[in-house]
Design a protein around this ligand. Structure first.
Ligand code: 13P
Length: 283
C-alpha cells in the first residue's frame, strides 16, 4: 500500500534519522530505489517533479509504486516534489499520490501561506501529507531555476508563523544547500537549523543534499532533519555508466543491456545514501 509520509517522518524524527527521498524518472530508477530500500529495510520516499510527471505520467508512477509496495515490506510513499500548480497537485492526489510539496517559496510570505493552506485542506481530506518550503534554494531542479541573488535562508520566527498558519506536515528549510552541483564546498548554517528545530516541532526537510559531504548531511540529521532529498547524485552515475557502456559497445541497441550498468551504478549510491541517512533496518 502506498503511504503518506506522516508516520514515516514522525518515526524518523523520534529515532533521530532521516528518510531518503529519491527522485526517480522511469521504471528502472524506481526499481533501483525500491529494491535497494527493501534489501536494506529502509523506509522510502519516491519523489517526482512536474517534469517527471510530464515524462512518465502520474498513473504509471502510482501503478509502479503500488507494485513495489506489494512485493516488499518497505514503507513506501510517493511524493510530488516542487509542485507550484495546485490543480496539478489535486489531480495527482486523485490518482493515488499521498504526499505533495507545494513550492510557493518564490511568493511573498502571506501568498505562500494562502497557497499552501489550500493544498493542505485538499490533501488532508484524502489523508495525504504536505511539505512546503520557506526560504529559497539556489540551483536547478529540472525546470525550477533559482538564481544566487534570489536565494534566501529560512527565518526561524517566520517558520513558526508559517507552520501554525498552514498546518503543514513537514517544512523544507533553506540553510545553505542548493540543487545540483556546488561551485565550492557547501556551507550549511547549522545555527539556523538548531534555532528552527527549537521553535518548530514538525519534521524538517533538507533539499539539495547531492554533492554535500556526508559528514555535513549527518550533522544536519543529528540536528533535526528527517527527510533528505537526492536527485543529482543518482542521475550522474546512472548516465555515466550508460555512456560508458555505449562507448565500449557502440552498436548496442538493447535497452535491457545498456540500462543494466546504469541501474547497478545507481544502486551503489542509493545504498550509500541510506547509510548516511541512518534509515537502514528501521522496520
Ligand atoms: P539535488 O540536486 O541536490 O539532488 O537536489 C534534490 C532535491 O532537493 C529534490 O527536491
Amino acid at each position: 500500500m502506498i503511504l503518506s509520509t506522516r508516520q514515516m517522518l514522525l518515526d524518523a524524527q523520534a529515532g533521530h534519522y532521516a528518510v531518503p527521498a529519491f527522485n526517480i524518472h522511469n521504471l528502472e530508477t524506481l526499481q533501483v530505489v525500491a529494491d535497494t530500500a527493501s534489501e536494506m529495510h529502509s523506509p522510502l520516499i519516491i519523489a517526482v517533479t512536474p517534469s517527471t510527471i510530464d515524462y512518465a505520467r502520474d498513473e504509471y508512477v502510482v501503478a509502479m509504486a503500488n507494485i513495489a509496495a506489494k512485493h516488499t515490506n518497505t514503507p513506501i510513499a510517493i511524493h510530488l516534489d516542487h509542485f507550484e500548480d495546485i490543480t496539478r497537485i489535486k489531480k495527482s492526489i486523485d490518482v493515488g499520490f499521498k504526499s505533495a510539496m507545494i513550492d510557493a517559496s518564490k511568493l511573498p510570505f502571506e501568498e505562500n501561506i494562502a497557497k499552501t493552506k489550500e493544498v493542505v485542506s485538499y490533501a488532508h481530506h484524502y489523508d495525504a501529507t504536505v511539505e512546503a518550503e520557506l526560504g529559497k534554494l539556489v540551483g536547478v531542479e529540472d525546470d525550477l531555476v533559482v538564481d544566487d541573488k534570489d536565494a534566501a535562508y529560512t527565518n526561524p520566527d517566520d517558520a513558526v508563523k508559517f507552520v501554525k498558519a498552514t498546518n503543514i506536515d513537514s517544512l523544507a528549510v533553506a540553510i545553505g544547500t542548493a540543487h545540483g552541483l556546488y561551485k565550492g564546498e557547501p556551507k550549511l548554517d547549522f545555527d539556523r537549523l538548531i534555532e528552527i528545530r527549537k521553535k518548530v516541532d514538525i519534521p524538517l526537510v533538507l533539499h539539495g543534499a547531492s554533492d554535500v559531504p556526508d559528514e555535513l548531511v549527518k550533522k544536519a540529521i543529528k540536528l533535526g532533519i528527517c527527510k533528505v532529498n537526492v536527485a543529482t547524485d543518482l542521475k550522474i552515475p546512472f548516465s555515466n555508466a550508460v555512456k560508458k557502456y555505449f562507448k565500449e559497445n557502440p552498436d548496442a541497441n538493447d535497452p535491457r543491456k545498456y540500462m543494466t550498468p546504469g541501474k547497478q551504478a545507481m544502486k551503489e549510491i542509493v545504498k550509500h545514501k541510506i547509510e548516511v541517512c541512518g534509515s537502514l533496518n528501521r522496520y
